[in-house]
Write a protein that binds this ligand. Structure first.
Ligand code: GDP
Ligand code: MG
Length: 295
């Protein structure tokens, strides 16, 4: 079918509601990394999908935070706000289990936009008695004039087609904005760095996500092998020790898990080298952030 409509659907919501999981589920590939920890998603990532006659460009956004102190948080808030201006439709995501103060914070931002807003209630797989969803939906209808309310489970791929149909309704007439076979705006190199960061976050405690960043130093592709060298940047010696682990065990585990996922992306055998280096207080220094590509 030819594409006659196209536009941007921004997925917004507090950390951990499942925005990146939804994006991956809709696209059928890991383009955005996920974890139970806040600030896993640092970048604005686009995912492209054609649904009937419409090309939808999904925008996965970092969560909106109350914390303004660190440069990283300022950055997160800035792109969260610019996304609201550029989108054709906004998907506001919450989880079915709990409404928190941070959800109110996002809702406050929505009051400053006249864009259509669809409410996606995620993680309904965790709600045993589906009847409980009705009073929740009624309460939410009083909070804001949502164009649609769609209960989903991103993890179980439940009711996602209904969400897609709701989004399609608000897409303006227009041509394809990305080539038909492209599913993300990010390069393979970027996806590799993100996969390494995901494994680091998943294998360490709460504190580390803020401090870690991954830089690809070497990316050599031959017919049967992709050779990758990556630097894991941290802020302090203590963090370096944590990442490396006893006798290098943690870094080794991260490397094995990352290589497995990277091979799915490249479709090639991967040889992965990882180094850990220290750059002091980089999250708190705008210039250091820029040097690492956080524009
Ligand atoms: P984000 O911060 O909004 O991007 O959230 P993520 O996509 O990183 O997901 C946060 C956590 O919630 C991860 O551990 C996911 O596996 C989990 N999660 C996401 N969607 C669902 C869902 O539909 N059901 C359940 N049970 N867990 C989910
Ligand atoms: Mg995310």
């Amino acid at each position: 079918m030819t594409v006659t409509k196209s536009g941007y659907a921004a997925i917004i919501g507090r950390p951990n509601v499942g925005k990146s999981t939804l994006m991956n589920a809709i696209l059928g590939e890991k383009v955005s990394i996920t974890s139970p920890k806040p600030q896993t998603t640092r970048w604005q990532i686009l995912g492209v999908k054609i649904v009937d006659d419409t090309q939808i460009i999904f925008v996965d956004t970092p969560g909106i935070n109350r914390e303004q102190k660190r440069a990283m948080n300022r950055y997160l808030n800035k792109i969260a706000s610019s996304v609201l201006k550029d989108a054709d439709v906004i998907v506001f995501m919450i989880d079915a289990v709990s409404w928190r103060g941070e959800d109110d914070l996002v809702l406050e931002k929505l009051k400053h936009t006249d864009k259509p807003v669809i409410l996606a209630i995620n993680k309904i797989d965790l709600v045993k008695d589906k009847g409980e969803l009705l009073p929740l939906i009624e309460r939410l209808q009083e909070k804001y004039e949502f164009k649609h309310i769609v209960p989903i489970s991103a993890l179980d791929d439940d009711n996602l087609a209904a969400l897609e149909s709701a989004i399609v309704k608000f897409m303006p007439p227009g041509p394809m904005l990305f080539p038909e076979d492209q599913i993300t705006d990010k390069s393979e190199r970027f996806q590799v760095a993100e996969i390494i960061r995901e494994k680091l976050i998943q294998n360490t405690e709460e504190e580390l996500p803020y401090a870690v960043s991954v830089e690809i130093e070497e990316y050599k592709q031959t017919e049967e092998l992709t050779e990758i060298s990556a630097v894991i940047w941290v802020e302090r010696q203590g963090q370096k020790i944590i990442i490396i682990g006893k006798k290098g065990a943690r870094l080794k585990k991260v490397g094995i898990q990352a290589r497995r996922d990277i091979e799915k992306v490249t479709g090639n055998k991967v040889f992965l080298r990882l180094w850990v280096k220290i750059k002091e207080n980089w999250t708190d220094d705008d210039r250091a952030l820029r040097s690492l590509g956080y524009e």
